[in-house]
Design a binder for this molecule. Structure first.
Ligand code: AMP
Ligand code: ZN
Length: 494
């Protein structure tokens, strides 16, 4: 079996085959960096991360590009309000986004920023004008003429016959049913940031940046384009219209869209008080690993209903997996093997692969590993596991964790960072006692530290400085200062 994925373009589950053997070129629409990302955004980014990791596990080399939208209406408005440049404004939120993504185990794709590709975008518009697909209005803006692109609507399956030729819209997000010529390039308004280019001064529309940067990085036709379901129309429809008019070739082969996340059954909104950033959840005392586990637990094409009960349940699940691994690593087993234990490990690996091959069914993959843990725990108690069964069981856990990334416990360090951030931002009142307790219980005890210092000492005695340095780095990461002096090794908490 190989990967089968739902393709929004065909509305069907298809065999996933990249255009080039062994290599997958994928582009995911990234964040608009004007605020902290919310858990809905991260549902989509986790879904794309799971896909990327599973493609790699399946033997592909993955070239994964994501844009950072660092210029748009909101950014221009907010930076003007705060009296800072667009760049100063977005740099802060880009950093926050990358920290948050790393906190929940999202691997960083190759990043491209809209403001770093402005001249190419202007050239792209000029070529569309030359080909008759775009026109300039009196104020110096440019629009895409959708009447020239009869396939407009093919992704979102909207029928635009009878649309008004020449009706225009200049905002990036607009009424879902209106087919209008959309802005490729916006002329500057007084007081707004703008760039001077070959087609005149102004700034790019949101849709344009993704077409230009994805093709720049991945070629005119590439394998897969991803985003949340709200991007199907107009954003991705517009990307297709621009790109295919420009090249005369198909743009992306697969269209991958994650369905929206709701909170306790409702659309997230600030006024309902159910709007959460990742940091909000951590401040309430929830572990990053629980958040990742929960976001990954619902297959990406199902609507996800985020609940605090679900988050607590996710924490229990992660704990169970970690304890199982500890048990495997710590116990002394009798020499030999048990065939049932061997086949349990092998079957689990096969079941996880089959689940993920089936349009990335993460729920089934998680169910498979839990079934293994349940059966293996029962076997532990009856002598049904021997020494040579440990490696295959651990290998199944590793395969699982290559995708889900929850086994290593670095929650305490990450939570501490969020706590420090909250203090720096003057948000002490949002720090819960649960967070403080979680950090304390995750901290290394003096005895743990002494043990590690002993290990450093013996490594140094046998001149194994690599190991000694690695342990020291671990301790530093956990907030312990280690000093190596002539008298020996000293440590203190930072
Ligand atoms: P934005 O920063 O608004 O451009 O959104 C970044 C990504 O998050 C896009 O792929 C959106 O489709 C996605 N997204 C926004 N809201 C949600 C939600 N509630 N659930 C899932 N994905 C979302
Ligand atoms: Zn995009």
């Amino acid at each position: 079996m190989a990967l089968r994925l739902f393709n929004t373009m065909s509305s069907q589950i298809e065999d996933f085959r990249p255009l080039r053997d062994h290599e997958v070129r994928m582009y995911a629409c990234g964040p608009t960096v004007y605020d902290y990302g919310h858990i809905g955004n991260f549902r989509t980014f986790v879904a794309v991360d799971l896909l990327r990791r599973f493609l790699r596990q399946s033997g592909y080399q993955v070239r994964h590009v994501m844009n950072i939208t660092d210029v748009d209406d909101k950014i221009i408005r907010n930076s003007a309000r705060d009296g800072v440049s667009v760049q100063q404004y977005t740099a802060k939120y880009e950093k926050v986004f990358l920290e948050d993504a790393a906190m929940i185990g999202i691997e960083q794709p190759t990043l491209v920023r809209a403001t770093e590709h402005i001249p190419e975008m202007a050239d792209f518009v000029a070529k569309l004008v030359e080909k008759g697909f775009a026109y300039r209005t009196d104020d110096g803006s440019y629009y895409f003429r959708i009447a020239k692109f009869p396939r407009y609507g093919k992704l979102s399956k909207r029928d635009f016959t009878g649309m008004l030729d020449g009706a225009r819209v200049d905002v990036d997000e607009y009424d879902k049913d209106s087919a209008r010529d959309f802005a490729l390039w916006k002329a500057p308004k007084p007081g707004e940031a703008s760039w001077s280019t070959s087609i005149g001064p102004g700034r790019p529309g949101w849709h344009l940046e993704c077409s230009v940067m994805s093709m720049h990085e991945l070629g005119e036709t590439f394998d897969l384009h991803a985003g949340g379901e709200d991007l199907v129309f107009p954003h991705h429809e517009n990307e297709i219209a621009q790109s295919e008019s420009f090249t005369g070739k198909p743009f992306a082969k697969f269209w991958f869209h994650a369905r929206f996340l709701l909170v306790e059954g409702e659309k997230m909104s600030k006024s309902l008080g159910n709007f959460f950033t990742l940091r909000d959840l951590v401040l309430k005392g929830h572990k990053p690993s629980s958040i990742r586990y929960l976001l990954a637990s619902v297959p990406y094409r199902n609507q996800m209903n985020f609940t605090f009960d679900g988050l607590k349940q996710a924490a229990v699940s992660v704990e169970r997996l970690r304890n199982f691994r500890l048990r495997l690593n710590a116990a002394n087993f009798e020499a030999g093997t048990i065939p049932e234990a061997q086949s349990l490990a092998a079957e689990t690996v096969a079941r996880m692969k089959a689940a993920l091959d089936d349009d990335l069914n993460t729920a089934q993959a998680q169910a498979a590993i839990f079934e293994m843990v349940r059966q293996a725990n029962a076997a532990f108690d009856t002598g049904g596991i021997k020494q040579d069964d440990v490696a295959p069981l651990l290998a199944a856990l590793t395969k699982f964790d290559e995708i889900f990334v929850v086994l290593d416990d670095d929650d305490g360090t990450k939570m501490k960072r969020v706590l420090d951030w909250a203090v720096a931002e003057g948000r002490e009142k949002d720090i819960s006692t649960e967070l403080c307790n979680a950090i304390q219980s995750g901290e290394l005890s003096d005895a743990d530290i002494e043990k590690k210092i002993d290990a450093m000492k013996s490594a140094r005695t046998s001149r194994d400085f690599k190991t000694s340095d690695a342990i020291r780095a671990q301790l530093t990461e956990a907030g312990i200062l280690v000093e190596i002096t002539k008298e020996g090794i000293r440590w203190r908490r930072k």
